[in-house]
Design a binder for this molecule. Sequence first.
Ligand code: BGC
Length: 809
Amino acid sequence: MTEKTLLAVIALCLTVLLTPRPQAQDLPQLGTSPVKDVVAAMTLEEKARLVIGYLPALRKVDRRTMDFSVLDFDYPGLGFAIGKVDRLGIPATIVSDGSYGLKKYIKNPDGKWGTTAFPVPILVSSTWDTELANTVATAYGNEGKEYGVDALLGPAMNIQRDPLLGRNFEYYSEDPLLSGKMAAATVRGIQSNNVGAVIKHFVVNNQETNRIANDTRLTTRALREIYLRGFEIAVEEAQPWMIMTSYNKVNGTYTSERRDLLVDLVRGEWGFDGIFITDFNGDGWSPWQVAAGNDLIMPGTTYHRQNIIDAVNDGSLKQSELDTATANLLRYIVKTNEFKGYDYRRDPDLESHAQTARKAAAEGFVLLKNDNALPVPPQVKSALFGISSYKLNVSGVGSGNVRSDYVVNLSDAMPDLDGQVSGFYTSYINDVIQGAPKSDRKFFGNVPLEFVEQLPGDQLVETAATESDVAIVTIGRNAGEGADRKPEKGDWLLTDTETRLLQKVTDAFHAENKKVVVVLNVDGVVETASWKNMVDGILLAWLPGQEGGKAMADVLTGKVNPSGKLPITFHNSYSDTPTHPNFPHDYVHPHDKKIFDYAATMRDTHENGKTKRREKPVSEWVKNVDYTNYEEDIYVGYRYYDTFDKPVSYPFGFGLSYTTFKYGKPRLTEIDEGYRVDIEVANTGSAAGKEVLQFYASSPATPAGQPAHELVAFAKTRLLEPGEKQSLKLVFTKKDLARYDSARVAWILDAGQYILASASSSRDIRASTTIVVTKEQVLESTTNSVQPEAALNVIKPCVDPAGQTTVCS
Ligand code: BGC
């Protein structure tokens, strides 16, 4: 070393030693300094920790006492934290599950959960009342706020593509418009508390079987019109703070690794400015997920964190991509109640939330059949059959399940019960069910009938028929995350015992000239065609939440007039569904309860700068498990049944009332956003009630094929007294009438005549009007995302010589 070099080195060392070290007060601070300065001050390790989140936030400790320094381990906890970097003023913020209530993992100091189990989303969408959906979400968003949770992992809004999808109860509808509007109302409700909403699972996550690796293959038209449309509405109308990407692949690539979907389409086309987070455990390769536009790998483990650090170091993840995710997360943190110093008190107004849960439940019940059986007089003596009459199925199973401190069963709420029948069931429940080992119950997976239905003896049923006024038989079902349902007895079909129970009760009660009503306390669609003629009334009560029993009694006794309508078709037999050849209804997952072990076996590895994807060889792929072809294309639910004129048990949008309604002529006006329809609805019956009015559009025929009609708008009246009228205003856009043309990469409004019909269900059209579009319009050119398009043999309508619409391929 020359003398000159030596002097230079000494000078450098002195400069380093004498330069004052940045003190906390000199460092940029989140909130006061520009976000980019905070990002610049973060180390690679800190950024990697931020984008993978922490866990388990709510399971063991209260956040006030939580020691975040110890959260550096592999554990798939639920409820997680994002943050924290003290030196830069970045606090820890908390996210918890919340598709229909706040999921908590620890009880309050008084030993109570202090949370409300609201009705499940399929019930909330059955209200067709966006204001009510908003009120429900405002209430559970408030529970989030009052327990220090900054964002709730809901609403879940995948399309109910097949009636046996295990998580249908957690989703809204088979229709994208209804799903999108319900999700938007829910997002607004949650976020009115300054608690973030997370719409999930983006996108085309329509089966639970092998949900972490299934490749969903579909046309771009189906993707745009059916599977993206609801998310698009929710983003544009409500700007959720977050979107959760799904586990599955779409047309060959994991959704969470598709930059064309996240950045080009959702951020670029829809203007989304929140953050993207992966689904739990972030299956996929984290560096690719961040590069694709995910800001948070939910929730982090050392595996994910190290992969990100290594990828930046070896150049396979650009520093700028990690910085973008970091900056997006910091912008989120700044918005939170935690950052704003909200002093949460663990004391939400549980009484008023219980009232909301009860009201919403009753408004979402759907009266499917009523041969002068309902309402029963308030002081009626009823004989309650079925275990679920005494042990309500409150909510679904899986991550969204909410703990409540009590449950009101139907037996707790009906005024006067036949004591002998009640005694029969309650002693079975007390002696057998209460003693059953709890460990047998599953958190995830198929939920077989938890307890075998009991068949009361002939004598008991016959005596009940003479001594009580009406029989109510509750049929119970539940389902859950991690497995799909089966078209079998005990799930989609009644068990032999249930059929015998219905037979026995109807024989005995009908012999006494008394009515039999079935209450369906179920997670999703069940078969009704084979037994509905046996009984006099059917009330679909879904999974109604903790106040379910009271809500059931409200409707059965006429305190509340039912006004719910079906958000999904009740088809006749499972083989009638357009999806059954392409849905895993007969598959038994070998891993079942070991879903996370299975996920772990799929982990990718990274060596010498190259990522190796751990996947089953394609030659071993099993249809409907490793890949699923969406051959029904856009013909999902009523779009299929109504286009191809298939008989159904109860159509989409169907629901009876204790009164009748008459609709006036629709009056259509062109407005800036598209069209407005004014329709007068009159209560022509003798009970006060509410009506859901639906508006469907039939588009001109195109070579691409069009569904018979599609829902474009809906509205619900206020409570109308007998003779009272209300003028409803429904608004829809030109895009609601348009079709997506994959070849032209655009939304097209075809030239021709559009028939617009007011309806009480998709099969009960009341009046119509028309719009004529004189010249084709290209409404929107889009990005060409999710290519290559799957080459599928999709369904198309063809008109045969007899004028009948049939399926042609
Ligand atoms: C579910 C998500 C949920 C997450 C965290 C996942 O298994 O798919 O809906 O938010 O777990 O509990």
